[in-house]
Ligand binder design. Structure first.
Ligand code: 5GP
Length: 261
């Protein structure tokens, strides 16, 4: 499969074209950003770990019949994917209240939710990915009612599956973000899972110690992000106990400017 021109570059990934118009190459960068790009850094080895972890989870989801964009892994940082038209919404699933939910609504951090909460955010960095209602999605034709219902159904199945996957290895799935896209095949357009599922897009807490094993280590300056991501990969059985993909190497953040409250 020949790598073509760059189609899109996001904060943590690049998508390249291939000689097949329906397929692309998703490349995982080492870049880390938080607070809508106000905090930036490059963390050696992060892209490799996210590629491995996301490939593992998306393969497991495919095995239980949840269609997604992953075709196959190509190398340490790249995957062959189906090119989709991304639905411009971030679907956030929460099992435990933390992060922006606690700040927005004053809910106590760590509150276990009675049932999973699904939130919709508009995918727009310039607006800070604001939370929106289903009515906004319908009013502005970002997705149809049928698409939202389908996505909701798939999202809750993914949550059930991933709670079990992580619980089995001593990790609590606190919350996560999903993205979906439209893929046209044999004249039919289908909604499929896209993007990635990794410690960059999930909050993962150790069941016993509550240690954060996710991107909050970068957001909150807790350090040791690579060992945390490696721990997730090791527990999922996709990284050998003795492996050390790279040294812990935090580059100096290039910009740290917090918004005034
Ligand atoms: P929060 O809204 O509390 O900041 O995030 C909720 C969950 O969604 C967290 O697991 C967080 O990692 C994920 N999330 C929300 N927005 C983004 C985003 O723009 N990029 C990434 N990588 N994850 C996000």
């Amino acid at each position: 499969m020949k790598k073509g021109k760059k189609l899109y570059e996001g904060k943590a990934k690049i998508i390249y074209a291939t000689n097949d118009r329906s397929l692309g190459i998703q490349h995982f960068k080492d870049d880390a950003t938080a607070f809508n790009n106000l905090k930036k850094s490059s963390i050696e080895g992060k892209g490799v770990l996210n590629n491995r972890i996301s490939e593992h989870i998306l393969t497991c989801l495919n095995n239980i019949g949840i269609e997604n964009h992953l075709v196959k892994s190509l190398n340490m940082r790249e995957q062959l994917i189906k090119l989709v038209e991304i639905v411009p919404i971030e679907f956030i699933v929460r099992n435990i209240a933390t992060g922006s939910l606690t700040k927005r609504l004053g809910i106590k951090d760590g509150t276990v939710l009675e049932k999973p909460l699904l939130e919709y955010c508009l995918k727009d960095d310039s607006l800070g990915d604001p939370v929106i209602a289903k009515e906004h999605i319908l009013s502005f034709n970002w997705a149809t009612e049928e698409e939202i219902n389908k996505i909701k159904e798939i999202t809750l199945r993914i949550n059930d599956f991933m709670i079990g996957l992580f619980r089995a290895v001593g990790i609590k799935l606190v919350d996560f973000k999903l993205e979906f896209g439209r893929f046209r095949e044999n004249g039919i357009t289908k909604i499929i899972l896209a993007d990635e599922i990794s410690p960059d897009t999930c909050r993962l807490w150790d069941v016993v110690s509550q240690t954060k094993l996710d991107k909050d280590r970068f957001r909150k300056d807790l350090g040791n992000l690579i060992p945390a991501y490696q721990e997730v990969a090791k527990r999922l059985g996709i990284l050998h106990e003795q492996s050390n993909l790279s040294a812990v190497n935090f580059s100096k953040p290039t910009a740290v400017k917090m918004k005034k409250k």
